[in-house]
Design a protein. Structure first.
Length: 572
């Protein structure tokens, strides 16, 4: 009986398995009837190929072939019906040639590429005025952006490259987007500079101007700007260059620095004057314990590189010196002393010395910022006046509904080193160029703030603003500056700022604290304590709320001064 039952059970199991196979086969067959892979052929006649995007739908894989050579590959959320927005791929370099566009899993009834849409004009409907578009923080016209890359001053312009997905509002398809500015404030987007190739998506890196043509890449008397980036398939460090700041060439036969160990990425290159050599530093994960390290190399010509040393940070989730290194020398304010600063993506940094080969720290694990979602910052190379100007990726909450873009950059900030009782520290302050955005000015002279008093700022309305004030807390336990419905609190006992649950130290100096606040649609960037405290807080502000108020709890405080500057948009 037991054997009979077991045989019957096996028969039932086999039947169930057979039915499962048949059902799966039917599903596959049904799916094959629903979707098909297509190849569309067309002649490039205009500047752009127009691609319809539907946020949140299934991604399709695309390939673009010219003369039998694959020129582009990407994935995107293809709109086969009504599009949320349109991506524009530049194809005019192949004008007059036959192009094959391959797409997988298109609905069998779809007519999305019948015909293929081309355009000489970018007809984006919202010219940087969308409800969640930051108005004085750079963001690309369309698509996702993250790390700033290749920041350099070249031929009279600041060049900001950035990690960019031109075809979607989420991370992917990493190219180097490109924007330029004459003043660090107003940016003109130029399109994609570097595209994914056989070595993979184009990950982060830096750029320098080779003023003495050590690379030999000058052309017609135009010195080159060289860009170093990671190929996120081979995980080597690769070289591209430009002689005019608009057209780009890749050294595509091999990496200038092949893969060293496991993950390698984000090369930063500088000129070291004492040794007359170029220095590259990039992040390398070592060993089996996720050891973060910064690898140093040197080169006489930007092409041939020799490893010289490696400096370890944290391990695993300890993200000290993880990713996106920044490395530079600054003079300590008020002295002739110079120190080197080595930073990772989360802005934790070390201060020390560097002999052209090896970095030796004197202070480590210093906190560079106290905000929320500020990451992978980089500083400009070759700035004419020698200032060290930084821009970082600010993870703003901009992916909403039918928006055609996502994420922002910080405002430009100047770095200095200052002496404090605890040692030398890095200070950030808003770049002076931002003053050009000021329009109307409101000044409040000294006043005493009492609990339950009438709001002295009741007549003020702000949208885009720069707010500067000096506060003497006195006996008050807490002072609250409410900006557009969001409370910016100063806790006197803890001597710290708090905004939307984010806390940052802001110690009193001679019983006072100075605060600077930049207010945009997507949040605040706050500076205190002589720039030692930098506190970006990403929070979407209500378009219907533009009030300003100040109050005190638990005692009286003095507002020694207050300046409110209305700011204009960088886009208009």
């Amino acid at each position: 009986m037991i054997m009979l039952a077991r045989k019957q059970h096996l028969k039932k199991s086999a039947a169930t398995f057979f039915c499962l196979i048949m059902f799966t086969s039917l599903l596959v067959a049904q799916e094959n009837k629903t979707y098909k892979n297509i190849s569309v052929y067309f002649t490039a006649e205009k500047k752009f190929l127009v691609l319809p995007v539907k946020n949140g739908t299934a991604k399709r894989n695309f390939e673009l072939w010219v003369d039998g050579v694959q020129k582009r590959f990407w994935d995107m959320e293809l709109a086969e019906g009504k599009a949320d927005w349109y991506a524009y791929m530049q194809i005019d370099e192949w004008k007059g040639k036959s192009i094959e566009l391959r797409v997988d899993k298109v609905n069998t009834t779809s007519k999305v590429f019948d015909p293929v849409q081309q355009s000489d004009l970018d007809t984006n409907a919202n010219e940087y005025n969308e409800s969640l578009r930051a108005q004085f923080h750079f963001s690309p016209k369309r698509g996702w952006t993250n790390d700033p890359n290749g920041m350099v001053f070249f031929k009279g312009e600041y060049h900001l490259f950035f990690q960019h997905n031109p075809y979607g509002c989420e991370w992917g398809n990493m190219t180097w987007g490109h924007a330029v500015s004459k003043d660090l404030v107003h940016w003109k987007e130029l399109g994609e500079a570097l595209h994914p190739d056989q070595f993979g998506p184009v990950y982060s890196g830096g750029a320098v101007v080779d003023s003495n043509n050590t690379s030999g890449l000058a052309a017609n008397g135009n010195m080159p700007m060289l860009m170093f980036h990671t190929g996120a398939k081979a995980w080597g460090q690769y070289l591209s260059w430009t002689n005019d700041g608009r057209t780009f060439k890749k050294m595509d036969e091999k990496a200038v620095v092949p893969r060293i160990n496991k993950d390698n990425r984000d090369p930063k290159v500088i000129w070291h004057e004492p040794t007359k050599k170029w220095v590259m530093v990039f992040w390398v994960e070592r060993g089996n314990d996720e050891q973060h390290s910064m690898q140093f190399l040197t080169s006489p010509d930007l092409i041939n590189w020799t490893p010289t040393s490696s400096f370890n940070g944290g391990k695993g989730d300890d993200r000290y010196l993880f990713e996106c290194p920044e490395f530079y020398e600054l003079t300590v304010e008020g002295t002739n002393e110079k120190k080197w600063v080595l930073t990772g993506a989360n802005s934790q940094y070390a201060i020390g010395t560097f002999d052209g080969k090896t970095f030796v720290p004197t202070q480590e694990r210093l906190q560079g910022q106290y905000g929320r979602d500020f990451y992978a910052s980089q500083t400009f190379s070759d700035v004419p006046d020698g200032r060290r100007i930084e821009i970082g990726w600010w993870r703003t909450n901009t992916n909403n509904g039918k928006m055609s873009f996502n994420q922002s950059m910080s405002i430009p900030m100047e770095h200095t080193l200052i002496k404090t009782p605890e040692g030398i520290r890095l200070s950030r302050k808003p770049a002076k160029e931002l003053e050009s955005l000021r329009t109307k000015t409101y000044q409040q002279k000294q006043l005493t703030i009492k609990p339950n008093a009438v709001n002295p700022l009741n007549s003020l309305k702000v949208e885009l603003a720069e707010i500067r004030f000096t506060l003497e807390p006195g006996t008050a336990k807490e002072i609250i500056l409410n900006v557009r419905g969001v409370a910016i609190k100063y806790n006197t006992t803890a001597q710290q700022l708090e905004v939307d649950g984010v806390k940052a130290p802001a110690p009193l100096t001679n019983g006072k604290v100075d605060v600077i606040i930049f207010v945009d649609k997507v949040g605040f960037e706050i500076f205190a304590n002589s720039g030692l405290t930098f506190m970006p807080v990403n929070i979407n502000l209500s378009a219907d709320e533009n009030t300003l108020s100040i109050s005190a709890n638990g005692g009286t405080a003095k507002l020694l001064n207050l300046f409110v500057y209305e700011l204009k948009s960088i886009w208009r």
